[in-house]
Design a protein around this ligand. Structure first.
Ligand code: ZN
Length: 56
């Protein structure tokens, strides 16, 4: 299941593939928007979900 991130700067959605969520979101605090390249904070809930994905 892909994760949809809405940018805080341009408000456009970035579609994040599951493997990126699993490999990157579990460790990173920010994700870059695919449209404007601004760093968006990864919500704690998403980080938690990513860690769970990585653990499975
Ligand atoms: Zn953006």
């Amino acid at each position: 299941m892909d994760y949809l991130m809405f940018c805080n700067y341009c408000c456009k959605p970035s579609k994040i593939p599951t493997y990126i969520v699993r490999e990157y979101f579990s460790m990173a605090s920010h994700a870059f928007c695919q449209h404007c390249d601004e760093p968006n904070e990864i919500p704690q809930q998403v980080q938690y979900e990513a860690m769970k994905l990585k653990g499975e």
